[in-house]
Design a protein around this ligand. Structure first.
Ligand code: AMP
Ligand code: MG
Length: 415
């Protein structure tokens, strides 16, 4: 289906494409100490400039020897070798090891070039400097070879890769003290609506607590962006305009929630039309139909729907991949798999549903998923209890118990 089909709804894939095509990386290169670089995105490829490990070494505490010296040995016919030295981690043995001799060696210690095998100490008998062996060792047994982890010239990590706790030790093993990454994206967040109150305030009749700013900022804190909190703005044209202009000055991205649906009484749309080029889209997804996207003078604007579940779903499914592109990050498709649905689900054809569920493994070892209940776009408790989206394709209708459905587990951003 193409963009904005007969019903005037824009399919999710078209929306994502449109946003990706209109965005580019806006974050400059900075250099950070490796210890501060977690969660930042590499701005250049990392190529190994050395072998890791850089020398052949022992994987065990024991004795390093020529395997050939023990080829005749057995429990009935033990062979004795003379220990002529020691190689400890960081303190290599410097001499020569003749045939019929061995050295004491510790885990991680340099294996002298002429030796080709380490026998663990539990498999030898020691009497002074005479070591007895009663089995034939395998060639290269307990030897860790230079470059067996990383080879000189090998591609290690690619530009656009966001550094995880698993990458930091890899780069440390290469001796990389400083790393070139893209700076953090600056993201301004604000809520607007006369009905919204900040935490700590008392609610009057018809008022609600601002929840979206908290969900948005919580998720953004996992994204490694700099958040600029503009608070709650009353439904006042001049105030909204002034705040939006300030946010545009200070941030690369401005995120609001609410005020973007058809026929809304809020002033957000009016202000956006005046100060930016913004598209007000109706998306073929549920929850999250109204969504605004476009450019202000200096920044990119995301107008999320006001209902709290719609706001977080559109932030996660649409704004997060868009911000990843703006941060120079390679966007990877989300992990999705099939699961058996434990519950009947209501679904009308026409939109892609992101229902909230919990996936698990049943007693037969099969992946199953259950709904977390009321799927209303204002019902946050069913979002809070879930660990995945149940992604129901656009054309799909009601789901019966036992049908196969697509499950998308939450990424660490949401989990
Ligand atoms: P709107 O699109 O502005 O009409 O908002 C749709 C619904 O979302 C209304 O029920 C609003 O009260 C609610 N809403 C808007 N912004 C927020 C917010 N920041 N936190 C919680 N609910 C909100
Ligand atoms: Mg509103």
């Amino acid at each position: 289906m193409s963009c904005c089909d007969a019903k005037g709804l824009m399919p999710l894939s078209d929306t994502l494409d449109k946003m990706q095509k209109s965005l580019s990386n806006v974050c400059d290169k900075i250099v950070l100490p490796l210890s501060d670089a977690l969660g930042f995105t590499l701005c250049e490829n990392i190529i190994s400039d050395k072998n890791v490990p850089s020398f052949n070494n022992s994987a065990m505490d024991g004795y390093a020897l020529h395997a050939d010296d023990l080829k005749e040995c057995s429990s009935a016919n033990p062979i004795q070798l003379r220990q002529v030295g020691k190689s400890f981690a960081g303190v290599p043995f410097k001499g020569k090891v003749e045939a019929g001799c061995c050295i004491r060696i510790m885990t991680g210690a340099v294996l002298p070039a002429s030796l080709d095998c380490v026998v663990m100490q539990e498999r030898c008998t020691v009497a002074g400097d005479v070591i007895s062996f009663d089995h034939v060792p395998k060639l290269h047994n307990n030897v860790r070879f230079a470059g067996e982890d990383l080879k000189l010239g090998q591609a290690v990590l690619q530009q656009g890769h966001k550094l995880t706790p698993r990458d930091i030790p890899l780069l440390a093993s290469l001796g990389i003290a400083n790393v070139a990454v893209y700076r953090q994206l600056k993201v301004a967040v604000l809520s607007s609506g006369d009905e919204l109150k900040s935490l700590g305030e008392t609610l009057q009749q018809g008022e609600i607590y601002d929840t979206n700013r908290y969900s948005i900022m919580a998720l953004l804190s996992r994204l490694n962006v700099e958040v600029i909190d503009f608070g709650i703005i009353k439904d006042d044209y001049a105030l909204i305009k002034e705040t939006m202009l300030q946010a545009d000055q200070q941030a690369d991205v401005v995120i609001t929630s609410g005020g973007v649906s058809v026929g809304d009484a809020d002033f957000i749309k009016e202000v956006l039309n005046e100060i930016g080029q913004i598209g007000f889209w109706k998306l073929a997804i549920k929850p999250g139909k109204p969504f605004a996207f476009g450019k202000l003078q200096n920044s990119v604007f995301f107008g999320l729907p006001g209902n709290p579940v719609s706001a977080i779903v559109t932030l996660y499914q649409l704004a997060v991949p868009a911000m990843a592109k703006m941060s120079g990050e390679m966007v990877k498709p989300a992990l999705r798999f099939n699961a058996i649905c434990n519950d009947a689900l209501s679904k009308a054809p026409g939109r892609t549903d992101f229902q909230r569920g919990t996936y698990s493994v049943n007693e037969q070892g099969q992946l199953v998923v259950s709904t977390t209940g009321n799927q209303g776009s204002g019902v946050f408790s069913s979002m809070s209890q879930s660990n995945c989206f149940i992604v129901l394709e656009q054309d799909r209708a009601n789901i019966a118990v036992g049908e196969t459905v697509v499950v998308e587990p939450y990424s660490p951003l949401m989990d």
